[in-house]
Design a protein around this ligand. Structure first.
Ligand SMILES: [Cu+2]
Length: 136
């Protein structure tokens, strides 16, 4: 084997190894642990009121009731569009997550097509307990 051929082979192998490593990193990001998004519910607001997500990414929405009343995160259009990995967390025929005072629930899902989805508390929307889920 000539020195030039050997150098060429080594360069080709190095390029293939680098390409595989890049693919694995991308796969890991797509299939890895969900990203945590925390939303607090209290009288009468969501904190934060706007939730920003990236299309196709996996999330764990941690909804914590830090108030004294029962609250819901009601977002039927969003829950219908998203790929829900933990459907048992939803109630109201898939329309909402209900949390009692002091309770927290975690919903794992993959963010749906980009758009702005309404998020309300079905009990307290009249009091301004509303927000938005914005998928980009
Ligand atoms: Cu409420």
């Amino acid at each position: 084997m000539s020195a030039n051929l050997r150098t060429g082979l080594i360069a080709a192998v190095a390029a293939i190894v680098a390409a595989c490593a890049a693919n694995q990193a991308a796969d890991h990001a797509a299939q890895g642990a969900p990203m945590l998004v925390t939303v607090l519910a209290k009288e009468y607001a969501f904190v934060p009121p706007d939730v920003h997500l990236e299309h196709g990414m996996l999330y764990r929405l941690h909804l914590q009731n830090v108030g004294k009343e029962t609250h819901e995160l009601t977002a039927p259009d969003f829950f219908k569009a998203a790929q829900i990995e933990t459907p048992g967390i939803l109630s109201g025929e898939g329309r909402e997550i209900l949390v009692q005072p002091g309770e927290a629930k975690d919903l794992v899902f993959r963010a749906p097509v980009p758009g702005t989805y309404a998020m309300t508390c079905a009990d307290h929307d009249w009091a301004g307990m509303v927000g938005k889920i914005i998928v980009e």
